[in-house]
Design a binder for this molecule. Sequence first.
Ligand SMILES: *Cc1c(COP(=O)(O)O)cnc(C)c1O
Length: 250
Amino acid sequence: MPTSPVHDRLAAVRARVDDAATAAGRDPADVRLLLATKTQEAESVLAAVAAATSLAASRGDDGPVLLGENRVQELVAKAPALAGPVAAGRVEVHMIGNLQRNKINQMLPTVTGLETVDRSSLADAVAERAARAARVLDVMVQVNVSGEESKSGVAPSDAVALARHVAALDGLRLAGFMTIGARTDDRTAVRAGFSTLRAIRDEVVASGAPGTSEARELSMGMSGDLELAVAEDATIVRVGTAVFGARPPV
Ligand SMILES: *Cc1c(COP(=O)(O)O)cnc(C)c1O
């Protein structure tokens, strides 16, 4: 078993997720890790992918390693290094940061999913570009469950309507929902936000509206709050610092 700092940190995060899933009566295999790679050079991303692949293999999981990028500029810079693994189906890349309309075409060739659709105009623009590129892009609706002004995301009260809009568009497949947990030490408040996202997901999936039946993903939980998210049915937890170490201040 090869070990390296990134391998050891990944194993520790995976153990946290497994413990939280087991405590919630869930199958740990139903929770995937997404490695949030912002500010990491391509070289360290590839090292983390290798570690994640070997860790997954030791668990009998041969699925792709999931990466998340926040900025199109960084995504494009790392695209050459990731092209091979993505083409081989060994890596999937999700956009997890705010997306401007004028960056959609730059983003599309490198991503397998977009987690940050928070308004219908953006959904329409991405759908149109994806359809033109003969793609069907997996997307999630980002919801601002905490109501913090600094956070992106549609308001919970508008999330179901946006999801139904997205689900009906050619060029997009509604995969589920994403949120960033409240920035507070109040664990009850953080968990309540994750519970809100879960309720939105359940309402949409149960709605019977076109394109909604597969929208089961809940991308929520980060290095500091992933246990609370797993307890509320997270299917993807997005981890950065717990895997790569602290980021330099920006
Ligand atoms: C940076 C980031 C993460 C990971 O955060 P950590 O606290 O470093 O684990 C997850 N999601 C999004 C959207 C991020 O920008």
